[in-house]
Design a protein around this ligand. Structure first.
Ligand SMILES: [Zn+2]
Length: 172
């Protein structure tokens, strides 16, 4: 979340501050406030665990791996979504009809329904996607966040931003 929203949550008392930025204060004409780096919600708020069927989530479900040649990619620009049952025949982007494909394989397949993917297209659970996301690197702006992320430490890249902006909000 952006820091202004975090300040609002503190003001209305819905969160506790876990850590402040050591080198960042904001000023009003009469007061000075330390900006939090990590806050924690006071009350448990259930959030939507339904997974959205979009390109990013399908790539993640398939671990950025082409379902036709089995190559894994780190560059999403080289991937596309394949309609298992072709679009031209009425196939749509759904969890069970869309699968990750590299661009050459997608071109090769075209409308040929006899070319089948090497792994199944299925609707993943929220936890399935979260677990897969943790297999890949994450870039964060603050080293202080690392202990709170439950992310494998060798997959965390800390890249401080020139302009600080973000505050991590932890669930209760
Ligand atoms: Zn391929």
């Amino acid at each position: 979340m952006i820091w202004q929203d975090a300040m609002r949550c503190i003001h209305v008392g819905s969160v506790n501050v876990v850590e402040y930025y050591e080198d960042w204060v904001v000023h009003t004409p009469s007061q000075e406030f330390m900006v939090p780096s990590i806050i924690m919600q006071k009350r448990y708020e259930p959030f939507e665990r339904e997974v959205v069927c979009n390109k990013d989530n399908i790539f993640l479900r398939d671990r950025y791996t082409c379902a036709y040649c089995n190559e894994q990619f780190t560059n999403e620009d080289r991937l596309s979504l394949d309609h298992i049952f072709p679009k031209s025949l009425g196939g749509q982007i759904t969890w069970t009809n869309a699968i990750t494909s590299c661009k050459p394989c997608n071109n090769k397949k075209g409308n040929n329904v006899r070319i089948r993917p090497n792994f199944p297209a299925y609707k993943p659970s929220y936890y399935d996607l979260v677990a897969k996301r943790r297999e890949f690197p994450i870039t964060i702006p603050e080293a202080a966040w690392v202990p709170y992320l439950s992310w494998p430490e060798d997959n965390v890249i800390v890249k401080p931003r020139k302009n600080k902006n973000n505050v991590i909000r932890l669930a209760a």
